[in-house]
Design a protein around this ligand. Structure first.
Ligand code: BGC
Length: 755
């Protein structure tokens, strides 16, 4: 479709805007090493390269010869996914082509010119909210250009791209989970003319890779979605400036139907997790080894490593030796096979080495606590060990070598109780008079409970709601919502209005902010320190942009590759998810901001997300879907947490007293503030309904504060419940304490003066 004059003007204005915005970001955030500074850019470029996974290579990569770059995604690169988790107003993007041009890559000029011209004439489309386009129509390359390019070189690189987003899952259709006709035609045309074809995948989560059987690729590199520095990172990898070290955070099946969840994607209303604890590689390694295309943890390098390990007294000692010719990094992965009805392999630890020069080595020790060997015994409601174990160490789940077998005596490592609402606690926070401010609490002049006891009912109620809408005037422009000091009365008591912004791909607000690589990419880095550094950078930008809380990291497991938000989430594995989320939270905290991990829990598809019920066993909940959150909460102590939209075993997450009051708070010791995902479905239990039911469940704040999903304005309802004796004032004060405890670190003292 030819571009209209209007489209051209809009395009030119947008370009100008980003140029100016880029300069502004540099000026505004350029001090120190936030985004926009040379250090920030270098970090994001390094991060985007660290998670790329090399699946095949017959030594064609790194590229040293001239090559022809095909596929419109080289220009229309997907930097992130769509929706709240990807919609960052990034000041600039480096597409794959521009990254290569800037690196002086020896590109075929006629092919480059063809795509530059095409992409200027037919801009990529994104689609509207929840109606996202997964891919862009691929143009047919004229025969004459193919021939000219084939005369210049025998090597072609083809980029295939996909994106998905919130509120829309991928579909089992061409151009979505499968190759489009245009992409297939392009691959056929290129394969005919070039001896070597390198495939680059610019995707947010796994798509169907069975077409790898139809074509012969000399190399396959999964770039994922690399954020605003994606193009530079792609160039670094392709040209050999960076040695690939990413590892798959999900097993790649032979085909969709091989997935253990394929048949249980679910009806509109109900998703039965019949695969139970056998998700992803846990299923494949136990029951269907031959249905795996690439195993979990797999990824090639430009160099070669020799990994040796032994298990000694509660720790694995490893040695990684670089026996190749290039400096590179490797990931040591530790798996266990537990006795009884358990997956044949479970990841229990990993470590990414520092860059090791050729001939060099790294030695180290990975401690393993007993809890890592425990399985959840649903009959006893306990994590227990007992029986024969085998330990494997290696560089992917399949090739990991057995390093030890041992027996453990039957022992309960952690006694828990059934996942059920805990008995109502006797709380006593009697009302008192006083007019202290939250700064007085911060200064230690009065306790938090005493302060809450001084608050009137209106204040207590207001603390249970956000400031009604997104983009609240009380917060920085483009915020996702504001909570805390949402009324003049609360602000008069020194309670700051707390600005929340999305995550996880950077700060989503109306100001240029760094767009970081997608979570799937970051997960494949297997690099906790990297996650901490990247999110520390985001945290520094938050301080400058006026955001207190980042609605991130996204922690739902990749239960199905169709989930539209997989780009926001890390992996199918809970340990990797939990460790990386904890690292991200530490990064955000390091700059004084706060993280809000989400969505607690079992939001594993987008389709009908605010009505569907995730139905699963207690063991699958404990060992998989809660396990990542548990690690994150225990290791990094986030002060906020967001519930999910869906039901879990019949109860909406925002009413799930058993999970929120029971597991999260009582078992794991979470002391902070739990917020709903944006708006909530109505519900009731006994005499409690809607917000009173939510507060009883331990979900402190309805975000953004007004309107239910679907219909109706909603604020209040708590005082009515008090009047009817369904909720007590003590409970409301306790709710306020939980909210204010999370907010307290944001109190500067200035609130007392400036209101
Ligand atoms: C998403 C959340 C997001 C929130 C605010 C919701 O639709 O599910 O992840 O943080 O909106 O934008």
């Amino acid at each position: 479709m030819p571009r209209t004059v209007r489209q051209r003007i809009v395009g030119a204005l947008a370009k100008m805007y980003f140029k100016v915005a880029g300069r502004r970001l540099r000026q505004e955030l350029g001090g120190g090493d936030a985004g926009g500074s040379p250090q920030g850019e270098a970090l994001l470029r390094r991060a985007a390269a660290e998670g790329a996974v090399l699946l095949e290579n017959d030594k064609t990569l790194p590229l040293t010869r001239k090559f022809a770059l095909f596929g419109r995604t080289q220009k229309d690169t997907f930097y992130s996914g769509y929706g709240s988790g990807g919609d960052v107003l990034s000041p600039y993007h480096v597409c794959i082509l521009d990254g290569l041009i800037a690196a002086n890559a020896p590109l075929s000029e006629c092919v480059r010119a063809f795509y530059e011209d095409f992409s200027a004439r037919e801009p990529a489309r994104k689609g509207g909210w929840g109606d996202w386009d997964f891919s862009n129509p691929e143009p047919a390359v004229p025969e004459e250009i193919l021939n000219r390019a084939a005369e210049e070189t025998d090597t072609a690189v083809v980029v295939i791209g996909r994106a998905s987003g919130e509120d829309r899952d991928l579909e089992l259709e061409e151009g979505s989970y499968f190759l489009s006709r245009g992409e297939r035609a392009l691959l056929c045309a290129v394969e005919k003319k070039f001896q070597r074809v390198v495939l680059l995948l610019n995707i947010g989560g796994l798509i169907d890779l069975s077409f790898l059987d139809e074509f012969h690729f000399s190399a396959v590199l999964v770039l994922w979605q690399g954020g605003m520095e994606a193009g530079g990172a792609a160039a670094d990898l392709l040209l050999g400036k960076v040695c690939p070290s990413g590892k798959l955070a999900d097993a790649v099946p032979m085909s969709y139907s091989d997935l253990p969840t394929a048949a249980y994607y679910g009806s509109p209303a109900r998703v039965e997790y019949k695969e139970d604890i056998y998700l992803g590689y846990r299923h494949f390694e136990t029951f269907a080894q031959d249905r795996v295309r690439y195993p979990f943890g797999f990824g090639l390098s430009y160099t070669a490593f020799l990994v040796t390990a032994r298990y000694l007294g509660g720790a694995v000692e490893y040695c990684v030796r670089n026996v190749g010719t290039t400096s590179g990094r490797e990931v040591v992965q530790v798996y266990v096979q537990k006795p009884g009805d358990s997956p044949a392999r479970e990841l229990i630890a990993f470590h990414k080495t520092a860059p090791i020069p050729p001939g060099g080595e790294e030695r180290g020790r990975i401690p393993l606590e007993k809890r890592l060997f425990a399985s959840y015994d649903a009959a006893l409601h306990a994590f227990a060990v007992g029986g024969d174990y085998a330990l494997y160490v290696g560089t992917d789940v399949r090739s990991a070598d057995m390093v030890s077998t041992f027996s453990l005596k039957r022992e309960i490592v952690e006694q828990l109780s059934p996942i059920a609402p805990p008995p109502l606690e006797e709380i006593s926070i009697p009302a008192r008079t006083g007019s202290h401010t939250l700064s007085d609490v911060k200064r230690g002049e009065i306790g938090l409970e005493e302060f809450c006891a001084e608050l009137g009912l209106d204040d207590l109620e207001a603390l249970a709601y956000g400031a009604l809408k997104m983009d609240s005037p009380l917060g920085a422009p483009g915020n996702a919502g504001v909570m805390g000091g949402v009324t003049p009365s609360l602000r008069a008591r020194g309670v700051p209005a707390v600005t929340m912004t999305d995550g996880p791909s950077g700060i989503r607000m109306r100001a240029p902010c760094s767009l970081i690589p997608s979570a799937t990419l970051l997960a494949c880095s297997f690099d906790e320190e990297l996650l901490t550094s990247v999110y520390a950078l985001v945290g520094r930008e938050m301080a400058k942009r006026g955001s207190h809380v980042l609605l991130a990291p996204g922690m739902n497991l990749h239960r199905t590759p169709l989930c539209g938000r997989n780009f926001e989430y890390f992996s199918e594995d809970p340990l990797l998810t939990g460790k990386l989320a904890a690292a991200a939270v530490r990064g955000i905290h390091s700059s004084g901001a706060a993280a809000c991990p989400k969505h607690f829990c079992c939001n594993n598809r987008e389709f009908n997300r605010s009505r569907s019920d995730s139905v699963l066993s207690e063991r699958a909940l404990r060992e998989l879907y809660l396990a990542g959150f548990e690690i994150c909460v225990k290791e990094s102590r986030p002060r906020f947490l967001m519930t999910s939209y869906n039901k879990i075993n019949g109860v909406y997450a925002h009413y799930h007293e058993a999970l929120v009051r029971g597991v999260l708070r009582r078992e794991w010791g979470f002391e902070g503030c739990v917020v709903t995902d944006w708006w909530m479905r109505r519900g009731k239990r006994g005499g409690l309904k809607n917000n009173a039911y939510r507060v009883r469940a331990g979900v402190n704040v309805l975000m953004p504060g007004g309107t239910y999903i679907g219909k109706g304005y909603q604020y209040g309802g708590l005082k009515g419940a008090l009047r009817r004796g369904r909720l007590t004032q003590d409970e409301l004060r306790k709710n306020a304490c939980e909210v204010l405890r999370a907010i307290l670190p944001f109190v500067t003292g200035e609130e007392d003066v400036v209101r």
